[in-house]
Design a protein around this ligand. Structure first.
Ligand code: NDP
Length: 263
């Protein structure tokens, strides 16, 4: 199936690692021009150099900044639209989870987490809104988590923030219609830098990577018996961002190996 992404411009936040990087690669393989950001400059530039060699220097652009810096996001939007002539799809992916219980989350932690989850959506969406409206295929794909509907006791704060974001995305899908489609992904456990970091900090350092991940999948009762790989959500992101999903808005797609407990 042709997704219709040839020569479209796609922006991915948090594109230097994991799911965001996998999405960047899928978009480039589909013939799109891609711009992405992340905070850490060394990794971002290493990734950018590799992608430019593989896909062509004129196909990909990247800049280091935090999506929590509204001015930096706006400047990036101006640069991308000037460089590529517009923006057809935005993937709001940047972020990370916070492991904390209710008892262990201080007020400042709540503020920090709510700011990350909400403004990692609001800043890029505001900055790219006019360019997306000018496209005849404007689309936003937000990377969210199953925690929005299925809170975990060790991730209370993140879960509550994700529920609020999911609610926001539904509102945006009506307010931005009919010119911009807004859809979301509900992720379960996907093997990326976040899980690699937790693996490296494992209590039993003699445990192999394969064993640690297999045990994790078992503990989490994932029906498909493994974590997802970053290219699995990336393919769903590419579909939802593409003209092939032209009648899909306000939808949420679960990519979780079947781990949700709600019907
Ligand atoms: P990774 O840590 O592998 O990648 C995260 C990316 O986002 C990196 O490029 C990181 O680069 C960037 N990033 C993080 N914070 C910011 C920021 N404030 N501004 C700009 N860039 C930022 O994680 P994943 O690929 O796993 O995560 C992608 C998204 O999916 C995240 O929002 C995460 O919370 C969500 N998610 C992931 C799940 C999983 O199991 N993997 C489960 C549920 C949700 P840098 O650090 O240099 O800024």
């Amino acid at each position: 199936m042709d997704l219709g992404l040839q020569d479209k411009t796609v922006v991915v936040t948090g594109g230097s690692s994991g799911i965001g990087l996998a999405a960047v690669r899928v978009f480039l393989q589909e013939g799109a021009r891609v711009a992405f950001c992340a905070r850490g400059a060394p990794r971002l530039h290493a990734v950018l150099d590799g992608l430019r060699t593989e896909f062509g220097a004129d196909r990909v652009h990247a800049k280091a900044f935090s999506v929590l810096d509204g001015d930096a996001v706006r400047t990036f939007a101006d640069e991308v639209t000037a460089l590529f002539g517009g923006c057809d799809a935005l993937v709001t992916n940047a972020g990370q989870g916070r492991v904390s219980t209710y008892a262990g989350t201080a007020d400042d932690d709540w503020r920090e987490e709510l700011e990350l989850k909400f403004f990692s959506q609001l800043h890029p969406i505001r900055a790219f809104e006019s360019a997306l409206r000018a496209s005849d295929q404007g689309a936003i794909v937000a990377v969210n988590s199953l925690l929005a509907y299925q809170p975990e006791p060790h991730m209370v704060c993140t879960s509550a923030a994700r529920a609020g974001v999911q609610n926001l995305l539904k509102s945006l899908s009506t307010e931005l219609a009919p010119t911009i489609r807004v859809n979301s992904l509900l992720l379960g456990l996907v093997d990326s830098q976040q899980w690699q970091t937790r693996f490296e900090a494992r209590a039993d350092q003699s445990q192999s990577r394969a064993d640690w991940y297999a045990k994790l999948a078992q503990q989490k009762k994932i029906p498909l018996q493994r974590l997802g790989t970053p290219d699995e959500p990336a393919r769903a992101i590419a579909f939802l961002a593409s003209p092939a999903a032209s009648y899909v808005t306000g939808a949420r797609l679960e990519i979780s190996g079947g781990v949700s407990r709600f019907a």
